[in-house]
Write a protein that binds this ligand. Structure first.
Ligand SMILES: CC(C)(COP(=O)(O)OP(=O)(O)OC[C@H]1O[C@@H](n2cnc3c(N)ncnc32)[C@H](O)[C@@H]1OP(=O)(O)O)[C@@H](O)C(=O)NCCC(=O)NCCS
Length: 179
């Protein structure tokens, strides 16, 4: 689907994830270039991370392309029960969001956060959460604009959450309609 004349939004299948692994890793390193404290540093770690992200919600891995090139990606899990898997109620979790450096500041982050909330609403969940680096101000501001609030801190990570309205939030920005 088109979110801007040049940008195409897609959901990535398991096979596509495998085929596009290098491109996804490159976007990750490009996005986190100036935030090394909050990122993996080796290609192997990022590749394992990609598999873990996709396994957690096979329908929650989204990419944005310009032509064939992947310029941003996002992973959301719609049945997250916390790191120990012991939360009684499943919720949405925005696991990762990366926009390649040259494409930052063009509204892709905003669109993908909206999509994560919409994905969660479509699964009927009532809450979405995420972890963000305590000094990652641009990301934190972006999440705050969508109503996420800091609820706690773990090490260098802030825990942010936001309620989800299963009806209203499905209509957020009209994204993902034909996915
Ligand atoms: C955080 C991130 C995903 C935002 O993506 P993005 O596509 O740049 O975000 P948007 O273009 O939608 O912009 C969101 C806001 O941040 C500002 N912004 C983001 N990057 C900017 C940049 N490089 N230059 C200027 N402004 C920037 C925008 O102006 C916008 O503010 P506004 O809504 O008041 O105009 C992206 O910067 C990124 O990949 N960061 C590194 C990885 C990361 O921190 N991920 C989040 C993990 S929790």
């Amino acid at each position: 689907m088109t979110i801007h004349a040049a940008f195409q939004l897609e959901r990535l299948s398991k096979a596509e994830l495998k085929a596009e692994r290098s491109a996804l890793v490159a976007v990750y390193f490009s996005a986190y270039r100036d935030l090394p404290h909050y990122a993996y540093h080796s290609r192997d770690e990022v590749e394992d991370y990609l598999s873990w992200l996709h396994r957690g919600d096979r329908r929650g891995f989204y990419v944005v392309r310009v032509g064939k090139e992947i310029v941003a990606w996002m992973s959301v899990h719609d049945s997250w029960r916390g790191w120990r898997g012991d939360q009684p109620e499943a919720q949405g979790e925005l696991q990762e969001l990366v926009v390649a450096r040259p494409y930052q500041g063009m509204g892709l982050g905003r669109r993908l956060v909206a999509l994560a909330i919409q994905h969660t609403a479509r699964a009927g969940r009532r809450r979405i959460g995420l972890y963000v680096g305590e000094q990652n101000e641009p990301a934190r501001r972006l999440y705050e604009r969508f109503g996420f609030r800091v609820e706690s801190q773990w090490n260098i990570w802030l825990r942010m959450q936001r309620p989800v309205d299963p009806v209203v939030d499905q209509q957020l920005e009209g994204l993902g309609d034909n996915l």
